[in-house]
Design a binder for this molecule. Structure first.
Ligand code: SF4
Length: 248
């Protein structure tokens, strides 16, 4: 990836495992990560200026926020950036947990197709097929069922879609049967590729996921703690599932 584009600072999806929570220290906000979002009001001006200089490459949308989180419905910064990108020569890799992305089907379709080397790929991040579990671990994001509906709709419109099953969470979403079933469903709905990635056990994520398990899934606590003692063994088991995904 050559550049990343983040129209917002903060993310109201408030995922328990969020890898971007380190960003809080640069914001001046006192609220917990997940409870504030700032819009980068001047982002289209800055992007337009940069696009005059950058003639090729790939842009990640977004790396430390979700570009289609609820605030985007009223602010429209992501849509405005996509309009600029669609008229440039850059490619875009977008990743979201929001069904709001369907609103922008017209622009998403304007990428790719004509020029193979200039494409847009749209990934949907999914950790579970369960709307109920997702409401606990990703409370602000669209339910998985709505993400799959959005994927199916956009895939049927010709947008290149894929699914990122990540992060796989020990004791919560790591059942091989459930992972393989979700991957199968994603492909059936039109995902051209499905990838999987285990949880990165960095301290902030471990702390937040521990809290979620203690509060909402105490029966999973023993398994979670045993994985924390031997994370490498667990990673090997998840890697085996990832390999079987490639073979299916
Ligand atoms: S969608 Fe991404 S950036 Fe937003 S809270 Fe979830 S993991 Fe963090």
């Amino acid at each position: 990836m050559d550049w990343s584009l983040n129209p917002y600072v903060g993310c109201s999806h408030a995922c328990a495992y969020c890898y971007a929570s380190f960003m809080k220290r640069f914001t001046g906000h006192g609220e917990p990560w997940g409870e504030f979002v700032d819009a980068k009001e001047n982002i289209t001006k800055v992007l337009a200026r940069q696009l005059r200089r950058k003639k090729s490459g790939r842009v990640m949308l977004a790396s430390v926020t979700d570009a289609w989180q609820p605030i985007e419905k009223s602010r429209g910064l992501t849509r405005a950036c996509l309009e600029l990108l669609a008229s440039s020569d850059l490619s875009v890799s977008a990743l979201t947990k929001s069904d709001l992305v369907v609103r922008d089907a017209d622009i998403l379709k304007a990428f790719g197709g004509l020029l193979r080397e200039r494409r847009l790929t749209l990934g949907f991040s999914l950790t579970t097929a369960s709307d109920e579990l997702a409401s606990i671990i990703e409370p602000g994001a669209s339910p998985p069922s709505a993400r799959l509906d959005a994927l199916e709709h956009l895939a049927s419109e010709g947008v290149e879609t894929w699914v990122f099953m990540a992060p796989v969470l020990p004791a919560l979403t790591d059942s091989p049967r459930d992972l393989l079933s979700l991957a199968k469903e994603a492909r059936r709905r039109g995902a051209q590729e499905v990838r999987l990635d285990p949880l990165n056990f960095y301290p902030a994520a471990v702390k937040q996921v521990s809290k979620v398990i203690a509060r909402h899934r105490p029966e999973a606590g023993e398994t979670w703690r045993s994985v924390l003692k031997r994370p490498d063994e667990w990673r090997k088991r998840v890697s085996a599932v990832a390999r079987s995904l490639e073979e299916t």
